[in-house]
Design a binder for this molecule. Sequence first.
Ligand code: MG
Length: 260
Amino acid sequence: MRKILLIISAVLALNFAVSLQAEPNYNKDLLMGILWQQNSGEYSALCYQAFNAAESYLNSLPGSSGKAVVFDLDETMIDNSKYAAWMVKTGSGWSAESWEEWCKSKQAEAVPGALDFALFAAEKKFEIYYISNRPVSVLDSTIENLKSLGFPAADSGHVMLMEKTSDKTPRHKKIEALGYEIVLFAGDNLDDFDSSIRKKNNNDRRIYSDSNIDKFGKYWIVLPNSVYGTFEAAIRPDYYNLTPEGKASARVDMIKTWEK
Ligand SMILES: [Mg+2]
């Protein structure tokens, strides 16, 4: 009898110990990307390279009359890596609520070179639009965040957030309907440039880039984002239905390995 009781207590103790074990923090997969974005000279160098190319391209155009430039916001003009860092430190997964709270905190900082380039474009009298898929509920905070950083055209006429769809084409069309020709797009995601690539898998996205080589660094300015992007969902069609553990193993399955 005593033996049975001992076994039962041992099993209960083991269960208790297992229940005390914290859930693995799958957000740690973001760590190297965040470290690189926040600390490396190479990240800022790539941003400067992108905006230098953008400046050369605008300078190559005959004029700015009736011409607009379109900027994405997150990881193009403003840096949200502190939000991702919070996810790593706390083990909290991404949520619409915490993202909204972050946006409302107005703590995003300018991406290296972004402010100077926006001021350059404004000085050259290009019409500036910021098209972002932040929810429209954070419009005022986003405008205040941009204003506090010194960005030009930070107002409700020029900051277009997501209302019904993450597809940016209807918002591009709105700008064109106002009589502007969009001469330059800056973004960290292929979807910022052309909606036809939305929801395609990564193989198709690579082929798409290979088919548009001449546009990059000219009409399309790409900023580096090592932390997140549509490429993640494009790993496999059901990616966002997977558990955090399932997503982590899908990421490992996706990498190409040295077959030693
Ligand atoms: Mg972005």
